[in-house]
Design a protein around this ligand. Structure first.
Ligand SMILES: *Cc1c(COP(=O)(O)O)cnc(C)c1O
Length: 373
């Protein structure tokens, strides 16, 4: 998809906020612990390469991505830190990971055997770095049985592999009730006990664990995702324990302003009709940019004031009722702070029945990203 560089609509990313959030997490952990910046899904919409480059100069310990291609994007941009693919990579692509020094997650013995065969057949020059995933209750990927984990450890002695890490992932670390979290912790310790020696990276904390269970963290590395971008993983369920600063805003400028006469309507379905003469502005952003149609009738900020969207959000444009006639080019904040008011991703998520993560990752590549360092 093309990026609309020649349009007054953008995602604004404040890199200093991301650095601030990482520093806050670092301060809250024992000295010597490491932080992997989770930059999957284009760094939760913030732009993976720009965020990773900035974190790299600020001294991050590694990056996590979801798919091998995302790791390759970072290597091609010149990043030299550890890069871990959190999802399962098809064995036939694993040689590409080894060649590019990208670490892969493995959750079963058959995968290791298949790679062993492949690596011996085609002789891949570098060992493949492996992080074993432990499924302690997320029910997604990873080892659950100690016996199979033991078998995996035997296979990892083959020099085609380098056993670099092991980790687990929590399903309920952002909830007030920690009973399930505690069960997962117990299984984590059971599986860790199978390892005669620990690999260099032992990681179990996502953002929520880093925020609400710092005393339960064993291992030496936190995988920081949503909290790095300044958002609360629980939405509004639990108060954040760190001073998190949201890093992302979405802004645009009015492209068209008109007076709508009483009785005239706006947008598809003509669902909105003016009761009196009023001023309407057009914003050059729509649902194809990730501003969901479910936000039809919601609010944006103009000159620090909330203004109602009117009519349905279109694919590429939407309309707002203005408090008075305002010039074309007036700034509109769809997400972020303007004056004393702020529309957060969490607020938009609650309005639409999704989570703040999804608001961020929905922002399409058509919206240009601009950075403030
Ligand atoms: C996405 C992901 C994370 C980051 O999660 P946050 O809630 O954003 O901190 C960490 N670990 C794994 C395995 C993930 O898939």
């Amino acid at each position: 998809m093309v990026t609309a560089n020649l349009r007054d609509a953008q995602v604004e990313v404040n890199l200093a906020a991301i650095r601030h959030n990482v520093a806050a997490q670092r301060q809250a952990m024992p000295a010597g612990n490491r932080i992997f910046g989770v930059v999957k899904a284009n760094a939760y919409g913030h732009g993976a390469v720009a965020v990773a480059q900035d974190l790299s100069s600020a001294g991050i310990d590694g990056f996590c991505v979801a798919a091998l291609d995302e790791g390759l994007e970072l290597r091609q941009a010149g990043l030299t830190e550890l890069i871990l693919v959190l999802g399962i990579t098809p064995v036939q692509y694993a040689g590409t990971a080894a060649e590019n020094d990208i670490s892969l997650t493995v959750g079963d013995v058959d995968w290791l055997k298949a790679y062993q065969q492949l690596a011996h057949a085609v002789s891949i020059p570098k060992p493949l770095k492996i992080h074993l995933g432990f499924d302690t209750g997320m029910g997604r990927i990873g080892f659950t049985e100690p016996a199979l984990l033991k078998e995996a450890l035997e296979l990892l002695k083959d020099p085609v592999f380098e056993f670099e890490g092991c980790f687990t992932h929590f399903a309920t670390a952002d909830e007030a009730n920690d009973a399930y979290f505690k069960q997962q912790i117990a299984r984590w310790h059971e599986l860790l006990a199978v390892l005669p020696t620990l690999p260099p990276y032992v990681h179990m904390a996502n953002s929520a664990t880093g925020l609400w269970h710092p005393d339960q963290i064993t291992g030496n590395t936190v995988r920081m995702g949503i909290s790095m971008y300044g958002l609360n993983p629980s939405g509004t369920v639990l108060p954040a324990t760190l001073d998190l600063q949201p890093a992302l805003a979405v802004t645009a400028r009015l492209t068209f302003v008109k007076q709508l006469k009483a009785g005239r309507s706006v947008s598809y379905g003509a669902t909105y009709t003016a009761k009196q003469d009023e001023w309407i502005g057009t914003i050059p952003v729509g649902y194809a940019d990730g501003y969901t149609r479910q936000l039809s009738g919601y609010q944006v900020l103009i000159n620090g004031q909330r203004c109602d969207l009117v009519g349905r959000v279109c694919m590429d444009q939407m309309m707002v009722r203005l408090p008075q006639e305002l010039p074309v080019g007036t700034k509109v904040t769809l997400l972020g702070r303007d004056g004393n008011d702020e529309i957060t991703a969490t607020e938009l998520a609650e309005k639409t029945g999704i989570i703040n993560y999804e608001i961020l990752t929905s922002l399409s590549p058509r919206l240009k990203r601009i950075y403030k360092s």
